[in-house]
Design a protein around this ligand. Sequence first.
Ligand SMILES: NC(=O)c1ccc[n+]([C@@H]2O[C@H](COP(=O)([O-])OP(=O)(O)OC[C@H]3O[C@@H](n4cnc5c(N)ncnc54)[C@H](O)[C@@H]3O)[C@@H](O)[C@H]2O)c1
Length: 265
Amino acid sequence: MSIQIDLKGRAAVVAGGGRGLGQAIALTLAKAGADVFIGNRKEEEGLAVVKEIEALGVKGAYHFLDVAKDETVQEFFKQALQFADNKIDIVVNNAGIIETRAMMDIAGEEAHKVYEVNAMGLANVVRAALKQMIVQEEGKIVTISSIAGISAMGMLEHYSASKYAAVALTKNAAIQAAKYHINVNAVAPGIIRTKMWEEILDMMTDASEETRKRDDTFDNAIKDIVPFGVPQTEQDIANAVLFLVSDLAKEITGQVLAVDGGTTI
Ligand SMILES: NC(=O)c1ccc[n+]([C@@H]2O[C@H](COP(=O)([O-])OP(=O)(O)OC[C@H]3O[C@@H](n4cnc5c(N)ncnc54)[C@H](O)[C@@H]3O)[C@@H](O)[C@H]2O)c1
């Protein structure tokens, strides 16, 4: 007998699903049979992912979303509810941005953006998701934090603080949601070379350096930080999300699952 995760007939929402980890999460949920509603700021990226979702034989759709602006979150969930025939089973908040400037180099005001998206934006999405799921008395929410939300990294201080906030929001939401049978968990990705990591490499190397130097810097970071000695992939993160939204994880809530090759041990 084999164990399979089957999400046929379920409706999933992926905030920040236009590329990188969000794209892999959206496609993995679709491969498991879920219909998937995508939101992010860049329409062309969102629509491209929708095409890939539909090619898997399930329903997909896109709507504009800026998680930092609550009015767009409200409208996005209104549209999502229509898409999902009034029952949203799964919400994944993957939307996030990086702040590579050091804490000592920028004043508070300049650092606001990363908190607006990674902390307040997450709160906006979780609030909208919970409002609906409380009515349904059912649902799964997964937030995407980071290894920088579990331990200090000695750099990316503001990003790290915003991702610690994501963990705190997840745990507190999980307590509120428990009596309605709603699971709220976080995934903490390790190091995946997406566009976000290219921004980190811009900070770690001279922008004029050739590709080989960037590759060396990335490889050295992996060797220095990751016990398994390899970077993680988008699919590694999507697999963890798939597990957490499945019935296999029905007794898991308020947890942070690090997918990091041992980095945060
Ligand atoms: N790549 C990594 O190594 C890594 C490690 C740990 C955590 N993470 C987290 O994983 C998530 C995805 O990162 P990624 O590496 O795929 O980065 P990415 O920059 O490739 O993708 C980020 C996604 O979020 C969307 N987004 C950004 N701001 C938004 C907003 N205000 N409203 C709606 N959507 C918005 C973008 O459009 C994009 O689709 C982020 O939350 C990031 O912090 C990434």
